[in-house]
Design a protein around this ligand. Structure first.
Ligand code: ATP
Length: 574
């Protein structure tokens, strides 16, 4: 999170760079230099893939295709039109980007496996085009005699100069990729990787973020494709075939998902393995397969993850710089709260929500009860934008917001919790809470200071340095609530926040909710636990099969015959 490299990481980076330099200058044969150059090309292509796939979790199988497009743009413009590197290189990045944007708009909202297939389709269409447009592409033979990269009038020869050019661009690309990954984009992408719906309820525009990631991946792939052609001096449909994609995917996974250093490490290793095991001849593939399997099984976070763990064991974990708590500013709370009129939603034949009207006034706590399956969660999903209503109107702060997307509603001041608290896998607690302000604070340190304030307010400030994984359910709920609180919402929708809490914890939660209401937040509380809910809520609505069967003061719920009938066979919960 916005932090610099640790000393150990810096030493490792410098040592790695020096080792590569020494090898290139003193030991590498011309052939060895060529392998090293190609490794650099693949590292560059993988930087982009680390952003879209490693961080964003979108398995884009178009990365190989963008690489191929970049290669063809340089090949065609260089060999047919005699354009120099200063023109072909940027165009080799731009054309894949121009391809990625419309394609991305069309396919990025698909579910992950359909998205992977759709992007694979792009690669196949491009391959067909490359083979079947011989006037332009040279057909299946491709184009030979692509000129050297001409830089400031100097034709960069193969060997050391070309290796220098490629690795110089790898250093630059790696730095840009690292900054992107550590910055707001990378942190946002990492938040939506595991649970895009939850990320949207924090105000992140999932579609736009993925599109930006996809576009960046195309830029990197195009740059790599251009350099590949200058290294090989030929371009053929092979650059658009699946092995390129498989190599990029393997490099990312072996090196470590989402890590720029992983892309470099993975590329150098993967390109050199065949050379090191060449003496095994055909047996090499078995060794390669076994090495790959071993890495995936033994180092699931890749080689960089493994190195991290070794470093942590040797030097101990880095103590987190302690973060000063800072109260996030309150936005102008919407004076009118949330007003819902005749909301309806059916799933097939099931009328999950059937004409619900309610009003959440600033400073009020409203309870929503009903037997299992009566539509309570669906109401919250409709109000938070995760489902679109079939009919009805919703106004937030006096503004019509019916059918608005979850991220827009979140940015308009609405926050929600889930029945099972959703926290990002592998993230630290402070990081997870700070991430809830990604849509508000561009600066990570400010977001962390606000996150610390929210955790303190929930009495779990001491969790700040811990990871989310493995937290007990009650603490997960508090951390999730901190993620709502840190955004200073005007309207807070809570789905069974007291489930699984001890009596003491419930009392603390009740006190906090009262405080929030006093500050002007409008709260909707879905709850089965009447002992918790009724003393808190001013007003209670009871749903049965999607309809409101009680709407009145909390005190009247237990005496109401319709409520009793809805819970027939079960007593109205204690
Ligand atoms: N995505 C969906 N697709 C199909 N049916 C759904 C969907 N979501 C909810 N339903 C149905 O809508 C009805 C209301 O469900 P909902 O989860 O809103 O109830 P609930 O009151 O929150 O229940 P619980 O107290 O068990 O959480 C149920 O019959 C449920 O099966």
């Amino acid at each position: 999170m916005g932090e610099r490299h640790s000393p150990a990481e810096t030493v490792a980076l410098i040592a790695g760079a020096l080792a590569l330099l020494a090898y290139a200058l003193a030991f590498a044969s011309p052939y060895g230099l060529r392998v090293l150059t190609v490794a650099g090309v693949y590292a560059l292509a993988t930087f982009g893939f680390q952003i879209v796939f490693g961080l964003g979790g979108a398995l884009s199988l178009a990365q190989g295709a963008f690489f191929g497009v970049g290669a063809y743009v340089t090949g065609i413009l260089g060999s047919r039109y005699g354009l120099g590197f200063e023109a072909t290189f940027p165009l080799s990045m731009l054309v894949p980007l121009l391809l990625a944007l419309p394609v991305g708009l069309a396919v990025l909202r698909l579910e992950s496996h359909y998205f992977a297939l759709a992007t694979l389709g792009i690669a196949q269409v491009l391959h067909l085009l490359a083979v079947n447009l011989p006037e332009l592409t040279g057909g299946s033979n491709g184009l030979a005699g692509v000129p050297a990269a001409v830089l400031f009038g100097w034709a960069v020869p193969r060997g050391l100069p070309m290796a220098g050019l490629v690795w110089g661009l790898v250093a630059l690309g790696g730095l840009i990729g690292w900054r992107l990954a550590r910055g707001r984009l990378g942190r946002s992408l990492a938040m939506l990787r595991d649970d895009p719906l939850a990320a949207a309820t924090l105000g992140l525009d999932v579609g736009r973020l993925r599109l930006v990631g996809f576009g960046i991946s195309a830029l990197f792939a195009g740059a790599a494709g251009a350099l590949a052609v200058h290294t090989q001096r030929v371009v053929s449909p092979e650059v658009l075939e699946f092995p390129v994609m498989v190599s990029i995917l393997t490099i990312a996974i072996v090196g470590g998902r989402g890590r720029m250093a992983g892309a470099v490490l993975g590329a150098v290793l993967l390109l050199h393995l065949p050379e090191w095991f060449r003496f095994l001849e055909r047996g090499y593939l078995v060794v390669y397969g076994v090495a790959l399997l071993a890495t995936v099984v033994l180092a699931p976070d890749g080689l960089t993850g493994l190195l991290d763990r070794i470093a942590a064991r040797l030097f101990g974990r880095r103590p987190r710089a302690s973060v000063e708590a800072k109260e996030p500013p309150r936005p102008q709370n919407s004076p009118d709260g949330l007003a819902v009129d005749d909301l309806r939603k059916s799933f097939g034949g099931v009328r999950a929500v059937d004409g619900v009207s309610l009003e959440l006034r600033p400073g009020s706590i409203t309870g929503l009860i009903g037997p299992n399956g009566s539509g309570k969660s669906t109401v919250i999903n409709l109000l938070s934008g995760l489902e679109r209503p079939d009919a009805g109107r919703v106004r937030l702060g006096g503004r019509e917001v019916t059918g608005l997307r979850a991220d827009r509603l979140a940015r308009a001041g609405l926050a929600r919790s889930f029945q099972a608290a959703v926290l990002p896998n592998g993230a630290g607690v402070l990081e997870a809470v700070a991430a809830a302000r990604l849509a508000i604070d561009p600066d990570a340190r400010t977001a962390e200071a606000h996150a610390r304030w929210a955790l303190d307010r929930l009495g779990v400030g001491d969790l700040a340095g811990q990871g989310c994984d493995g937290l007990p359910a009650a603490l997960r709920r508090r951390v999730e609530l901190a993620r709502s609180l840190v955004r200073r919402p005007a309207v807070l929708l809570l789905d069974e926040p007291a489930a699984g809490l001890t009596d003491g914890e419930k009392a603390e939660l009740a006190a906090l909710l009262r405080e929030l209401a006093q500050e002007g937040v409008a709260i909707l509380l879905v709850e089965h636990d009447m002992g918790f809910l009724l003393p808190l809520a001013g007003r209670v609505l009871c749903l049965d099969r999607g309809r409101v069967i009680y709407d009145g003061p909390a005190g009247g719920v237990r005496r109401d015959s319709a409520v009793a009938a809805a819970y027939l066979g079960r007593a109205v919960p204690a």
